[in-house]
Write a protein that binds this ligand. Structure first.
Ligand code: S3P
Length: 187
């Protein structure tokens, strides 16, 4: 398997917001004794602004540009790490190609109802701030938005090297499955 010969262990966690990347990521990094990186954190530090501020005061395009630069830098890094990527990072073809060539991609899959449950208490996801249409509740509007974004993204997510469901699993259970699959597939 081509990826077995990789000098460095770069593990990229992909998946929709709320799928568990930022929770599982640090635990998996600890388990594998490597650094944990969250690309959204790096982008926030770079702008000196939160993600919602970057979207509202700059633009989504500025955010995506910074995200692509971050992906590029991570792919060139000469140390081992687990990185949690923002939910939209894998949609860009160029990002995807670089990630596929430079690491192991793990898709954390999660049921829509669970994503909604995990995200409903936060307003930190600009793409999920929606105004309900006529005769629609806020809940329906957010669920509708999650489903439509997920529909557009799932084909790409599913090209990951490893797919793990996080629905009804504890972060530690997901870490154990991930560590096992990484060992099984890549030694
Ligand atoms: C985004 C997901 C967010 C963040 C930004 C855009 C997306 O990250 O990168 O708000 O396009 O789905 P999380 O997946 O960590 O929520």
């Amino acid at each position: 398997m081509a990826k077995m010969s990789k000098r460095r262990k770069h593990i990229f966690l992909i998946g929709f917001s709320g799928s568990g990347k930022s929770t599982v990521g640090p635990l998996l990094a600890k388990r594998l004794r490597v650094t944990f990186i969250d690309t959204d954190d790096l982008i926030e530090q770079c702008f000196g602004k939160t993600i919602p501020e970057i979207f509202s005061q700059e633009s989504e395009a500025a955010f995506r540009h910074a995200e692509a630069e971050t992906v590029k830098e991570l792919c060139l890094a000469d140390y081992d790490f687990v990185a949690a990527l923002g939910g939209g990072a894998f949609q860009d073809k160029n990002n995807r190609t670089q990630l596929q060539h430079n690491g192991i991609i793990i898709y954390l899959q999660c049921a829509v109802s669970e994503i909604y449950r995990r995200l409903q208490l936060t307003d930190s996801r600009p793409l999920l701030q929606v105004t309900p249409r006529k005769n629609e509740s806020k809940r329906q509007a957010v669920l509708h938005r999650i489903k439509s974004l997920l529909r557009k993204r799932v084909t790409q997510y599913r090209t990951a090297d490893i797919i793990i469901s996080t629905t009804r699993r504890t972060p530690q259970e997901v870490v154990e499955i991930a560590a096992h699959k990484i060992r099984e597939l890549y030694g």
